[in-house]
Design a protein around this ligand. Structure first.
Ligand SMILES: NC(=O)c1ccc[n+]([C@@H]2O[C@H](COP(=O)([O-])OP(=O)(O)OC[C@H]3O[C@@H](n4cnc5c(N)ncnc54)[C@H](O)[C@@H]3O)[C@@H](O)[C@H]2O)c1
Length: 325
């Protein structure tokens, strides 16, 4: 019996795969090594996974005709899927919207079609996003809040995934959980995300851009907490082949300005700041109501932003500057 992780060379996929392998599981990893950010970083993550005998990697795109079908022929014993492959990046989704529809929406349906044919599948856990809450102003964001107004193509693609998953559970009884991740950060993270690009600018002595003087807030969630949520939820599939969504966030929003001050402290350098007005696709504040996941599996985040940024900065000083966004 094995697990399938899509997007295994990505930030979250890599950490989930590594933890499964450390537990002695067999993991089939898929990634198309998309060059949206440093492929060197994706290769470095893969390198870490290749050291485990239980790991098998298939380089390919989930949308390529015959790719998943070929996998289905070879791998009948998959008991769990962690579908984490996607085009991420809210602003990039406005530049290349069709790429987001291809990877995130069409790709999600391809995975659902694959999953429904697996006889031994216990649970499909897939990545959604806090961005589905769009322009909502009621805080914290709850899974019961309306999510009909996505404010970016990326958010629209993730909400579409949730709807498609609902349909597949309804029609085929496929047990699924969509996890709405809130700003995940940590070592081997994504160079396109603010905390990483800020670290790059600060250590190179280049100015960084802050919106609304650093006042916007994010519910920054540390990677090891996210991995424990992903793997914990897997053990608890919805009854009767149903579909649900759960927030995975830190339940403690902090301002982007405070994030910069922590990076200054732990990287030991000063930020030069250019202030600009926040673009409309950027949310003003995110904050996860985590009562649902807490009630279901007893999950709660353990790593504070101060500890998490210290760990990230330690890794960044050693390795992170080699990779660019
Ligand atoms: N990191 C966050 O803060 C965050 C927040 C909310 C949601 N998410 C979601 O979590 C998931 C993982 O995010 P991440 O931060 O690890 O992103 P990531 O970009 O680091 O990882 C995604 C991986 O998927 C691969 N990929 C993309 N399209 C593919 C395709 N068509 N076929 C095969 N592989 C493909 C990419 O090469 C990449 O390695 C994504 O679905 C993302 O939208 C992430």
């Amino acid at each position: 019996m094995s697990f399938l992780v899509t997007g295994c060379s990505g930030f979250i996929g890599y950490h989930v795969t590594q933890t499964l392998l450390e537990r002695g599981e067999r993991v089939i990893g898929i990634d198309n090594m998309d060059p949206y950010y440093s492929v060197l970083l994706k290769e470095a993550r893969l390198e870490g996974l290749r050291g485990f005998s239980g790991f098998e990697f298939y380089k390919g795109d989930i949308n390529t005709e015959g790719f998943l079908e070929g996998l289905l022929e070879r791998e009948r014993g998959i008991r769990g899927i962690f579908h984490l492959a996607a085009n991420a990046g809210v602003r990039y989704s406005l530049q290349d919207p069709c790429a987001f529809i291809d990877s995130n929406v069409r790709g999600h349906i391809k995975i659902l079609e694959f999953a429904r044919r697996l006889e031994r599948l216990e649970h499909l856990v897939y990545a959604s996003s806090s961005s589905v809450y769009g322009g909502n102003t009621k805080l914290p964001f709850s899974e019961e809040d309306p999510v009909e107004q996505p404010t970016s193509i990326y958010a629209m693609s993730k909400r579409s995934d949730e709807l498609a998953s609902f349909t597949y559970s309804y029609v085929y009884g496929l047990p699924q959980t969509g996890l709405r991740f809130f700003t995940v950060y940590g070592p081997l993270g994504r160079p396109d995300m603010a905390y990483y690009s800020f670290a790059q600018a600060m250590t190179q002595g280049v100015p960084l851009t802050l919106y609304d003087k650093g006042k916007p807030e994010r519910d920054f969630t540390y990677i090891s907490d996210v991995v424990s949520a992903v793997l914990g939820v897997f053990e608890c599939p919805p009854a009767g082949g149903g579909s649900r969504v759960l927030n995975v966030g830190n339940d403690k929003p902090e301002s982007v300005g405070y994030l910069v001050s922590l990076l200054e402290r732990f990287l030991g350098c000063q930020a030069q700041v250019i202030n600009k007005q926040r673009p409309s696709v950027d949310m003003e504040r995110t904050w996860a109501d985590i009562s649902m996941i807490r009630g279901l599996i007893g999950w709660a985040p353990k790593v504070s932003l101060e500890e998490g940024i210290e760990r990230f900065a330690t890794w960044y000083k050693r390795d992170g500057s080699k990779f660019i966004g």
